[in-house]
Design a protein around this ligand. Structure first.
Ligand SMILES: Nc1ncnc2c1ncn2[C@@H]1O[C@H](COP(=O)(O)OP(=O)(O)OP(=O)(O)O)[C@@H](O)[C@H]1O
Ligand SMILES: [Mg+2]
Length: 362
């Protein structure tokens, strides 16, 4: 018998690979019971018909693990997946899975079947005992309208489902079109899966930044590449556009993901934005990337003044800052109106590069 998942977790902690987190350990215990059930049941499910009989009313048929970004959901699910001894297991990004389903539906409809979902679900479930989804999220109406019947079929076929998500099932497809038609899917998830929040101590992804370089100078292509790496790590390659509404105006934040934004200095300080805009931004982010901060002089007093306001707002809000600039903070603005006050800004920028900065705000 393979190692208990909580023991595996403890081993990783003991080896110094993971920081101990009681919420993660508890999630591992729940994943362990999913695994035990899966491995016990596997032999009886070998017959084709047996697999298509109604799922027994006993217990749940998997786990829906949700919570904030960087809490370790995907990592825990991967450990579970790797150490699940069943044959017929599959781990897939939810978005990729739905694209595959839509393509298969498209093909099936060509053959003129009444209900294309049935054969597609049966094909997916064939020889499959465990399906792990990363990042369940529903934004597309075409997906929203089919997931209910699709998952019903998968559950009926006896497939065990483990999924991660940033949202509670009740908040999936929030404010989506025809949402009432989506509600049966939520009910199904809550009925068939154990729904657990992973309330881990911190955002481990952002914590990795502690002690790392966050101020890159000069703001050249080397800096841009370094920032790309950080940004991809923090967002997992995901981003969306956000619009802040400030006093009836729209302030666009084109690159945003889960409390993290990436902006150009020019868009932040080269435009007529003011304290209210920066405060709105601080309200929306825990981490801000500002690229291409220039060296400023008397001709850029307005930009410098806005930059001071921006940094004050970020500082008060304990926002983490990652930046590329043409100089170290002290040399950014030495001459011009307000250059004396800029010294405090430079000092704050130094403090914000420290290892402990922002950690307390979680
Ligand atoms: N206890 C821990 N100690 C050290 N690193 C950890 C710990 N838990 C998670 N990590 C690391 O933190 C990063 C974020 O974890 P993971 O990707 O699993 O988060 P997530 O909850 O899936 O986030 P998201 O919702 O954004 O997908 C990973 O690189 C992971 O290895
Ligand atoms: Mg994840």
């Amino acid at each position: 018998m393979s190692q208990h998942l909580t023991a595996l977790y403890d081993t990783r902690v003991a080896e110094g690979l993971l920081r101990p987190d009681p919420a993660q350990r508890a999630a591992m215990a729940r994943l362990e019971s999913v695994r035990e059930r899966l491995e016990q049941e596997a032999p009886q499910r070998s017959g084709f018909l047996a697999r298509f009989r109604k799922a027994e009313p006993m217990g749940k048929q998997g786990l829906y693990l949700w919570g904030g970004v960087g809490r370790g959901k995907s990592m825990l699910m991967d450990m579970f997946f790797q150490h699940s001894g069943v044959t017929g297991k599959r781990r897939v990004h939810f978005h990729a899975f739905m694209q595959e389903v839509q393509a298969a539906l498209h093909e099936a409809r060509k053959t003129g079947v009444d209900d294309a979902i049935k054969p597609v679900a049966e094909a997916i479930a064939r020889d499959l005992k465990l399906l792990c989804f990363d990042e369940m999220q529903i934004t597309d109406i075409a997906d929203a309208m089919i997931v209910g019947r699709l998952f019903e079929r998968l559950f009926e076929a006896g497939v065990v489902i483990v999924t991660t998500s940033n949202r509670h099932p009740k908040d999936l497809y929030k404010d989506g079109l025809n949402r009432q038609l989506f509600l049966p899917f939520i009910a199904l998830l809550e009925d068939r899966l154990e729904v657990d929040e992973l309330d881990a101590m911190t955002d481990y992804r952002q914590d990795r930044l502690a002690g790392e370089q966050v101020w890159f100078t000069p703001a050249d292509t080397t800096a841009a590449r370094a920032i790309d790496l950080i940004w991809n790590d923090l967002t997992g390659g995901r981003e969306e556009a956000l619009t802040l509404e400030v006093k009836g105006r729209d302030v666009p934040v084109p690159r945003f993901w889960a409390g993290q934004a990436r902006m150009e200095f020019d868009d932040l300080c080269g435009k007529p934005l003011g304290p209210a805009d920066y405060l709105a931004l601080v309200g929306a982010v825990k981490l801000l990337v500002v690229e291409h901060i220039p060296v400023m002089g008397p001709a850029n007093a307005n930009e410098a003044k806005r930059f001071v306001t921006l940094i004050d707002a970020l500082y008060e809000g304990h926002v983490r800052l990652v930046a590329s600039a043409d100089a170290v903070p002290e040399a950014l603005y030495v001459e011009g109106a307000g250059a004396f006050e800029f010294e405090r800004t430079a000092s704050r920028l130094r403090e914000m590069q420290g290892a402990g900065w922002g950690a307390a705000s979680d």
